[in-house]
Design a protein around this ligand. Sequence first.
Ligand code: COA
Length: 324
Amino acid sequence: MTSSASDIRSVIVGTGGYLPAEVLDNDAVAQRYGLDTSDEWIVERTGIRQRHLAAAGETTGDMGAAAAREALAQAGIDVSEVDAIIVATATPDSAFPSTAARVQAKLGVTRGFAFDISAACTGFVYALSVADSMLRAGQARCALVIGSEVFTRLLDWTDRSTCVLFGDGAGAVVMRAVPTDTAEGRGVLSCHLHADGTHGDILSVDPASRMVRMTGREVFRHAVSKLASVVDEALAANGLDKADVSWLVPHQANQRIIDAMGRKLGLPPERVVTTVGRHANTSAASIPLALAEATRDGRIKPGELVLMEAIGGGLTWGAALARF
Ligand code: COA
């Protein structure tokens, strides 16, 4: 069964999130790992106050499945309807089976397809884009799009400039193929993906040590300019103005980058969904976790226009516009 792109909209009908139980604030991180840092330094430069840490034995698949269950419950959709599972992660449980196939097994799904996407902190925007294309092309009818990360297992806990920035968690959305004429304007409007591998070395996992290495200042510089440009691209592609955006749901890496994007869009801080202070940077999980929080507490309402944007290792970056 196939449909032309114009017949079908992919609509986000449910969101879910999962955060591991253990929470470490900045002072506790400094103390546990013997770091020469301070809560004041970390909060001032990044906005981060605490992060969640996965328990020993808790996997990317476990967390992704937990977030997916909440998303399905919120959507009121039975797991038997799911025919596509896409997991964005930089911390897969194994090269194969994919984390998506592991999530599929944990949920008891035996039909459809499942695969992972690797685009670091931009992973969720990439996965959303792939799911949107596949739903509109008629290759699936009900997709789970998940970002799940045990990022703290990639950290060099002796490197104070990176280890304080990240945390663990998972978020998920359920997307449904809906005929355009009954979608009431809801659904993904467009996704805009970019990569420039020539900047790969400023944020990478060192193949020898398997640990994250980052030139923070360079990443910061690219983030502000590339996110500003991809947001303009997304609005222009839909003939929309920044005043049309109801909510900015950005990747949660750094409060200063988030604030800069909010200012660029002319959005007051209460229209920007922000979790970085409590979650730190959960990489591909940060946008779906923020979506889950802001739909659960009633901030994002049906019919509202949500702008998502992210940048991460690759370099990769992108944006998506969706009407909830
Ligand atoms: N505590 C105390 N001091 C620290 C520190 C910490 N946790 N981490 C770094 N420093 C020190 C450095 O050693 C350096 O000291 P020096 O001047 O004596 O050499 C000083 O702070 C400044 O370091 P620098 O890296 O230039 O700081 P910065 O102002 O760029 O802030 C980041 C560092 C990481 C907070 C900032 O660059 C950043 O947020 N970058 C973007 C990172 C990001 O979001 N990555 C993920 C994208 S998906």
